[in-house]
Design a protein around this ligand. Sequence first.
Ligand code: PNS
Length: 165
Amino acid sequence: MKAVYPGSFDPVTAGHLDIIERAARIFDRLVVTVFPNPAKAPLFAVEERVAMLREVTRHLPNVEVDSSEGLLVPYVRRVGARVIVKGLRAMSDFDYEFRMALMNKKLDPEVETVFILTSSQYAYLSSSLIKEVASLGGCVTGLVPPVVERRLRELWPVQEPGPGS
Ligand code: PNS
C-alpha cells in the first residue's frame, strides 16, 4: 500500500523524520511531498526543502520525495495512493487536522487520512519554532537533522551553544 505524507517541511525537523521512518515501516511505499502553504511565508525554496528531505531519507529505500501544487487529494490519486499520512502532536493540532481530513474526505471519499502520533520527545517541535529559535541565535542540535542544522547555521550563526555542543 502506498501513502503520501504531505507538508510544508520548511524545514524538515526530527519530528517529521520520526513520522517518515515510522510510516515507512507501515506502508510499502511512502511519498513525502512538499506543498506550498499559502498561510505561511516560506524560509526555504521548495527545491531546497526537497533536497534536504531527499538527503535525510536516503537510508529509507521505500521513501521518495516530491513536490506539488494545488489540491492534495487529486495528487494522491495521481501518484496511485489512497492514504494520506499526517503527524499529530498536541491537541492544538487536532482541530486543524480534523477539518483538513474531513474536507479531503468530502473531496474524495475513497482517500483515507491516517494519523500517526508524535513521539513524546518531539511533541513540542515545529518548523516555525525551530526557525524562531535559530534566527535568534539559539541551538537546535538534535531537533533537526544535521543537514538542516548546517543550513540554519549558515543563515544564523549560533550565539548560545547548547549543553554538550
Ligand atoms: O506542514 P503543513 O503546513 O501543516 O502542511 C499543510 C498541507 C501542505 C498538508 C496543506 O496545506 C495541504 O494539504 N495543502 C494542499 C492544498 C489542499 O489540498 N488544501 C486543502 C486541504 S483540506
